[in-house]
Design a protein around this ligand. Structure first.
Ligand code: BTN
Length: 247
């Protein structure tokens, strides 16, 4: 099932590299690329992903999914659950997922996901799943990060072996993709619920220049965030459009 598994010493971005090198990937196979360092690591919303040498995990997985763009609804959430599960198993810490797909530990960001997609609205889509996990990141290296962050070396009692964690992450992500292909996000929603950071909390929703608050009730089977506004109205929010922040 895995066609290529490569580890590079240094790369601009594992996502960018794999987007190019896995263009001919057939449905049913996976390509995986890891790097020890990224010189142009990509984060969400055009941010830089700080990627110093030999401290963290920078991994991308390529997959081709049939079914058009709609197959992507809920995919990044599903992968988030797989990542949380692998970290919990290897490191023994109860991490949380902050909708749509940040992995948090003690109110700080521990890992992030960036999905990049190529394809036609209706045809098979070529998806690159990029995953960055802060493992040994030193405070100095992380100075440029503009939000509260943590690394496994700070949050976990045992020393984390990056190789072991990489294998667990790859296994978990591939198993998740197989389940996702069969059942979509609905089959993974209960798992997601177990990790949901915001459940039952008051949140601020920012959408464009609008800002409103409400109670976050969890995610739907499609991966939407469900928020009841102060007017009592239940709204479902699609990924990417909004930011949900604890009040
Ligand atoms: C985020 O902003 O939360 C997403 C961060 C994703 C970072 C990973 S590291 C491996 C892969 N290659 C990249 O350039 N970005 C992703």
């Amino acid at each position: 099932r895995v066609r290529e598994f490569n580890v590079l010493k240094s790369v601009g971005s594992t996502n960018a590299e794999l987007l190019e090198s896995s263009k001919d990937l057939p449905v049913g196979l996976y390509d995986i690329l890891l790097a020890e360092r990224q010189t142009a690591g990509r984060g969400r919303r055009g941010r830089v992903w700080v990627s110093p040498f030999a401290q963290n995990i920078y991994m991308s997985v390529a997959v081709r999914l049939s079914g058009g763009f709609s197959v992507l609804n809920g995919l990044s959430l599903a992968i988030g659950a797989a990542v949380a599960d692998a970290i919990k198993t290897v490191c023994g810490i109860q991490v949380s997922l902050k909708w749509p797909n940040d992995v948090w530990y003690s109110e700080k960001k521990l890992a992030g996901l960036l999905l990049e997609v190529q394809g036609e609205q209706e045809g098979p889509v070529h998806v690159i799943i990029g995953l960055g996990v802060n493992v040994l990141m030193e405070r100095e290296a992380g100075q440029a990060i503009d939000q509260p962050w943590t690394a496994l070396s700070e949050s976990c009692d045992v020393r984390v072996d990056r190789d072991q964690l990489c294998v667990a992450l790859a296994d978990s992500v591939l198993a998740c993709l197989e389940s996702y292909k069969a059942e979509g996000f609905a089959g993974l929603r209960e798992l997601w619920d177990e990790y949901d950071l915001l459940k039952g909390r008051n949140v601020m929703v920012m959408s464009g220049d609008k800002c409103w608050s409400g109670e976050y009730l969890g995610v739907s089977d499609e991966g939407y965030a469900l928020v009841r506004g102060e007017d009592g109205c239940l709204r479902s929010l699609a990924g990417g459009e909004i930011t949900v922040r604890p009040v």
